[in-house]
Write a protein that binds this ligand. Structure first.
Ligand code: FAD
Ligand code: MG
Ligand code: MG
Ligand code: MG
Ligand code: MG
Length: 555
């Protein structure tokens, strides 16, 4: 008896003897013909979380990405100064996908074009010196676009040529080498003090979380390690953060941005707010001071550009093709399906969810809720459909919470504040008129990307089950994908490491925590969020090594 095991397209087929074996091959070939094919573009936060949660026993999954690894981006700022090694924050994609009970195909290539008409994507291998054809195309039944965003230079002259970015692992490694180079340059004989000072002026454009964290990390590196190695120039080092808004970390709670500004001031990190960089050249930054309108030239040794993200060109082309050409960013509906393009889904930084306004559907909702057709809604009638409404329009829940409305009766009060038993359509509109103002676009963060990836995987996993047995909100149709609840984001808080073993954190429920203990919280959260035990151990070892021996300052 020969027991052989053929793994084909995610199906494990056991055959009892060679004859059966052949039949099994044939059967699984037929099976895989029927099986829908999902192509995933990208192996970042969104793509990887999709793959991890995807049950591939009923789909064939193929992945295309120019990088054959996942990068744990929140630790990239630590890589810039050698606090953590680059190898410790990446996990090979093949390690992640091999763990599955079937097979996921991976192609190291870049998608050049999405062709929705023919259900295919055109790809090009990014490997140099390839023997054979570089270009190929893949057909899909469902396409998942998870390609992230690219750096946004706002077309500022000189940025591409003279600035460092902090987006990829290679960027972080390049920054690390350049920082050391700046110190080596500054100690060479024959330089004036002014020249040394310029070489040691580190400018960060953008006061968001990444820019601020890098500034803090660089400050620690300089003051904990480099001053001991380059004592002659230690007083000439300067770090400047240029921010166009009025405050750094302006997406965080006010208390945190205030704490960060005070801490930076104490540390000697200069923060220039209200300044817009208009040009960057090899040794200087030209900026406009918004309040006075004057232009200031700042000499620099190195600039890191960290001012937000933009859409990749091939995604832009795709948007043109499907009628989203006027938008800045690819839009999906609340089920993460690309608007105007069935069978294409988009998750993560490359996309935004176009949340439906309740006011657009208000009459339909009213009619559906008014079960006795009386032309008015009683509180009971409204209460009956409220749960369904909240599923479809999550802003309603946010509105009720943020206005401390715990009872529907409070929503139904008239302008004098009197409670009402029932409302007509006009009264209903009035009661919900401010709800849509609660809609906010989701931030471009790993948290959002990962939640979207796992939500979408869940939809695919339950697809057949849901089609057969729709369970969706009864108010708004119940067939097909509407059996799935729309995507809703759960904000679990965010961190801002500020250097000197201090961090700030915004936690759910309006909690703010700052200081040393928060840094320990940061260590434990980031260790636990690692995608594998391998990277977890490497990262914790790097932290320990830095604590004992300091950072490695060779270039
Ligand atoms: P990405 O993770 O960028 O992945 C995109 C993937 O698509 C990559 O694998 C890329 O190789 C691939 N790709 C690119 N072009 C193509 C193509 N043409 N064809 C196929 N594949 C392609 N978020 C937080 O929540 N907390 C943090 O602390 C935090 N810190 C950060 C620190 C830094 C330095 C940076 C840069 C980001 C940080 N973020 C953080 C943001 C977070 O990294 C992003 O929001 C997240 O990576 C978005 O996930 P994504 O999958 O959409 O894109
Ligand atoms: Mg991704
Ligand atoms: Mg990533
Ligand atoms: Mg997004
Ligand atoms: Mg009624």
């Amino acid at each position: 008896l020969v027991v052989s095991c053929i793994s084909s397209g995610g199906l494990l087929v056991y055959a009892e003897n060679v004859d059966n074996n052949e039949k099994a091959v044939e059967r699984s070939r037929l099976d895989s013909k029927k099986r829908k094919k999902i192509v995933v573009l990208g192996t970042g936060w969104a793509g990887t979380s999709f793959l991890k949660d995807m049950d591939i026993s009923s789909y064939d999954v193929e992945v295309v990405s120019p990088r054959n690894y996942f990068a744990f981006t929140p630790l990239l700022p630590s890589v810039t100064c050698g606090t953590v090694e680059a190898r410790s924050v990446v996990e090979p994609v093949r390690n992640i996908i091999k763990k599955r009970n079937g097979e996921i195909q991976f192609w190291e290539a870049e998608c050049l074009k999405i062709d929705p008409e023919n259900h295919q994507v055109i790809c090009r291998s990014t490997i140099e010196n390839l023997v054979g054809e570089n270009d190929f195309s893949l057909e899909y039944d469902h396409l998942v676009v998870a390609v992230g965003a690219q750096v946004n230079t706002f077309n500022t002259p000189g940025v591409v040529e003279h600035c460092h970015f902090l987006k990829e692992v290679e960027d972080a490694q390049k920054i690390r080498r350049t920082v050391i180079d700046c110190f080596e340059k500054a100690v060479l004989p024959g330089l004036s003090d002014e020249e040394r000072r310029t070489n040691l002026h580190f400018v960060i454009v953008g006061g968001g979380p990444t820019g601020v964290e890098f500034a803090a990390e660089l400050h620690d590196f300089v003051h904990e390690d480099l001053v001991k190695l380059y004592p002659s120039v230690k007083d000439l080092v300067k770090i400047t953060v240029i921010q166009s808004g009025d405050h750094i970390l302006n997406t965080f709670d006010e208390r945190i941005s205030c704490f960060a500004e005070t801490k930076f001031q104490r540390d000697g990190i200069e923060v220039l707010t209200g300044c817009r960089v208009v040009r960057v050249s090899e040794h200087s930054v030209n900026m406009k001071v918004k309040s006075t309108g004057e232009y200031v030239v700042v000499p620099h040794g190195m600039v890191v550009w960290s001012t937000g993200v933009g859409t990749r060109p091939f995604v832009k082309d795709f948007m043109e093709e499907i009628g989203q050409g006027k938008r800045w960013i690819l839009a999906t509906d609340e089920w993460l399906q690309v608007k105007g393009c069935p069978d294409v889904y988009a998750i993560g930084d490359c996309t935004t969810v176009d949340q439906r306004k309740i006011m657009e559907d208000i009459s339909t909702i009213f009619e559906a809720a008014d079960t006795d057709r009386s032309g008015t809604l009683t509180i009971e009638e409204f209460q009956d459909v409220l749960e369904d409404i909240i599923i479809r329009y999550p802003q309603v829940e946010l509105y009720l919470k943020s206005n401390h409305l715990f009872q529907v009766t409070e929503l139904f009060k008239d302008s004098q504040g009197n409670e009402r038993e029932e409302v007509d359509i006009e009264g209903f509109k009035l009661a919900l008129s401010h709800v849509d103002s609660q809609m906010k676009s989701l931030p471009a963060t790993a948290q959002v990307a990962a939640q979207q990836g796992s939500y979408l995987a869940g939809c695919f996993n339950r697809w057949e089950q849901c089609n057969a047995n729709p369970e969706g909100p009864r108010l708004f149709g119940s067939a097909g994908r509407h059996a799935f609840r729309p995507f809703t984001y759960r904000h679990l808080g965010q961190f801002a490491p500020l250097g000197g073993s201090k961090a700030a954190a915004e936690l759910p429920g309006d909690w703010v925590s700052m200081g040393r203990s928060t840094q320990w919280l940061w260590y434990s959260v980031y260790a636990s969020k690692q995608v594998s035990w391998r990277t977890r151990i490497l990262v914790v070892w790097d932290w320990t090594r830095r604590y004992i021996f300091g950072r490695d300052s060779s270039r």
